[in-house]
Design a protein around this ligand. Structure first.
Ligand SMILES: C[S@@+](CC[C@H](N)C(=O)[O-])C[C@H]1O[C@@H](n2cnc3c(N)ncnc32)[C@H](O)[C@@H]1O
Length: 200
């Protein structure tokens, strides 16, 4: 089963930062229900808060995690057993968090790019993505040659190229869930704001 970070204070603060960014952005919007899309794993801490603003869709492709999460699924959250890269794109999203964590390879980045190209985002939506810094080292070294400092600043401009309109990096944060495992890897969560409507 996928690694879970249910009890990590560090992870909890990352969720909190993301929620704060959404709230900061949404208070300037015309009042209407927001649509959020996340990879919740078994923890719905952030998602429960997002429910106060509208619709929340969570996706999980690991059956064991899905079954476990299903048992504690808060009411009104739409939870799909599926691959986030393959789900049908029904809504323009106000917030997407691809908390991939253990996935950082050229293949995943291509999937992310395809997702971005095929997804509708509302004006001033928030797109966040988490990558693990250390895994996939062989591919990393190749990616480094292609994109320079790919793991850090490079990923911002690389993904930025694929958003149709304006993209602004709000912040990127490195964190490490040492509070739940001494072997935890360093993660980076990149938080972007998409300035204009990305797709019609
Ligand atoms: C790091 S966990 C998410 C943690 C959660 N956001 C939290 O706040 O605790 C990532 C989850 O996404 C799932 N996952 C990874 N890639 C996926 C994909 N392409 N489609 C669906 N689920 C995926 C993993 O199985 C895992 O359960």
């Amino acid at each position: 089963m996928s690694y879970t970070v249910e009890k990590s204070m560090v992870k909890s603060s990352i969720r909190h930062i993301l929620y704060k960014e959404c709230k900061r952005e949404w208070k300037n919007h015309i009042k209407r229900d927001k649509v959020s899309l996340t990879l919740s794993n078994v923890n719905f801490e952030l998602e429960k808060q997002l429910l106060n603003h509208g619709k929340v869709i969570c996706v999980e492709f690991d059956k064991e995690v899905y079954d476990k999460a299903k048992k504690r699924l808060p009411a009104n959250i739409h939870f799909k057993y599926d691959d986030i890269f393959k789900i049908s794109q029904e809504y323009p999203y106000d917030f997407v968090w691809m908390d991939l964590c253990n996935s950082y390879s050229e293949k995943i980045l291509q999937n992310v790019v395809e997702f971005i190209k095929n997804t509708k985002f509302t004006q001033n939506s928030i797109f966040a993505i988490t990558f693990c810094k250390q895994r996939g080292s062989i591919e990393h070294s190749k990616l480094y040659q292609i994109y320079g400092k790919f793991k850090d600043r490079g990923v911002v401009s690389y993904l930025g190229n694929f958003f149709k309109n304006e993209i602004k990096e709000i912040k990127s944060i490195d964190y490490n869930c040492f509070d739940i495992s001494t072997r935890a890897s360093i993660m980076t969560v990149f938080i972007f704001k998409l300035g204009k409507l990305c797709q019609d």
